[in-house]
Design a protein around this ligand. Structure first.
Ligand code: AP5
Ligand code: ZN
Length: 214
């Protein structure tokens, strides 16, 4: 089963993806995580992506779409695919339809994680991440055992560079202008389910699992 996690910044896409890949034995493709790894490793792609990301803007489609093809081509046959942060506009959604078709594959479900703006701000301001692995914590809702340290690897946790007030405002604007139209796009295809993302991570996860069983 191939799934897209759709939702505004801070909705909990990464948090749910981490749980879902274990449950479904799926491969996660997170464009945001791929860009952040490239930035950390000082690659040319990272340098280009950083300019856009730190302002809260979308990285150009021509860079993003190619990167998703590369990731899709590496997925072993028979494994489920979980897309987090892609597609983010109609161009990317159409490219994905075409790309999946060419690979004799398709998207089965789109999970729209609905979260109000005040909750988003609280989540993003308390988020801490391990950039090496993409593991996400929250200082209040999901704190690490030792402050500032990843439980799993012992590496340092940091605040994302695009979690500043100005960048978050821009990310929300970009979501409202370019990404939220995908709710309608996938609803028309009959594969969209909307769930309440303002509950605890476990409750959100339960709703997702139930929606996949339908
Ligand atoms: P990306 O990394 O995809 O960021 P985003 O969409 O803004 O989403 P976030 O990662 O901020 O939030 P999330 O929904 O994953 O929430 P999380 O689980 O972390 O993209 C970043 C940038 O990269 C973009 O702005 C763009 O520049 C570029 N980019 C990426 N993809 C692109 C594309 N396709 N095209 C062009 N450009 C692209 O949770 C947030 C916090 O809340 C955490 O602290 C977590 O612990 C906590 N939390 C999660 N769930 C709960 C809960 N239920 N209750 C309480 N706390 C919770
Ligand atoms: Zn994320």
């Amino acid at each position: 089963m191939n799934i897209i996690l759709l939702g505004p910044p801070g909705a909990g896409k990464g948090t749910q993806a981490e749980k879902l890949i274990k449950e479904l034995d799926a491969v996660q493709i997170s464009t945001g995580d791929i860009f952040r790894t490239n930035i950390k490793n000082n690659t040319p792609l990272g340098a280009k992506a950083k300019e856009y990301m730190n302002k809260g803007q979308l990285v150009p489609d021509e860079l993003t779409i190619d990167l998703v093809w590369d990731a899709l081509d590496k997925v072993e046959d028979g494994k489920s695919i979980l897309l987090d942060g892609f597609p983010r506009n109609i161009t990317q959604a159409e490219a994905l339809d075409e790309g999946m078709q060419k690979r004799d594959n398709k998207i089965d479900k789109v999970i729209n994680i609905n979260v109000p703006e005040d909750v988003i701000i609280e989540r993003i301001s308390g988020r801490r991440v391990n950039v090496s692995t993409g593991k996400v914590y929250h200082i209040k809702f999901n704190p690490p055992k030792v402050e500032g340290i990843d439980d799993e690897t012992g590496e340092k946790l940091i605040q994302r560079e695009d979690d500043t007030e100005a960048a978050v405002k821009e990310r929300l604007d970009v979501y409202n202008k370019h990404t939220s139209v995908l709710i309608d796009y996938y609803n028309k295809k009959g594969i969209l389910v909307t769930i309440d993302g303002a509950k605890t991570p476990e409750e959100v996860f339960d709703q997702i699992i139930k929606s996949l069983e339908k």
